[in-house]
Design a protein around this ligand. Sequence first.
Ligand SMILES: N[C@H](CCC[C@H](N)C(=O)O)C(=O)O
Length: 288
Amino acid sequence: MVKNIPFTKMHGLGNCYIYIDLISRPLEMGTYAETAVKVADQNTGIGADGMILILPSNKADVFMRIFNKDGSEAKNCGNGLRCVAKYAFEHNLVKEQKFTIETLGGIVEAEIILAGQHVERVTIDMGAPILERKNIPMAGNPVGRPVIKESVFLEGKGYSVTAVSMGNPHALFFVDNIEEAPIHELGPILADTHPLFPEGVNVGFIEVLTDNTIEYRVWERGSGITQACGTGACAAVVAGILENRLKKDQNITVHLSGGDLDIIWSSDTEHVLMTGAATTICEGTFYL
Ligand SMILES: N[C@H](CCC[C@H](N)C(=O)O)C(=O)O
């Protein structure tokens, strides 16, 4: 029996997902991973980088679950959090401009920034980055230490990598020219099945432009190259600070293919704050 599933397609700087509100309209959808693959397909589905579910939570105001294009579930999604926040506020799932969102990677705080009555931007307090090797997770030793500018040998070439988790894993490579970043060489081999990252990894490349602006590009675990990655932008700023290329407590503008994010790593709280746009593209019904 075909099921009609209402959805909202939204994007954060071009990183688009199919959002399904299971608070306003609880419904049985079968396996989420299979549905994510189906709706994300640009030929036989709606077309997106994945699917995001908005669910009730008993720990926060709402619960976000995020599935990549390949059906794999991630523990966090920065662009998704800003869009969930916008959706929840605009659909009266929350009453205040500040509220909490549960993710599999922990609970974050969202703050809606209004322009008149319009939700223009959203700030997410992403919490503290996770730096211990074993918690990225990344293979090798010492398990209890951060991975900063570690030499790795991949596909016959030497690279220097810093690893950061924002609830989901990121491998960060600094390059002199973002246009020449080896994204097609390293993305496919590292993102999903490399033994160095037992749960896969989002592969990010950064060019530092000034002491408060960087360019960032990404090959995402489970989705490939996307226009933007919010957790990746946060991880890139953290890696830049760990490598003494950027400074804490300073707003860093991250230029992504789809637009800019403002990121600060606060030394007071050790939390990373991410601010940026969230945009609704369309609403509709798909048939499952
Ligand atoms: N591909 C990521 C999830 C989506 C993250 C990204 N789209 C963001 O905005 O943070 C992973 O498997 O960890």
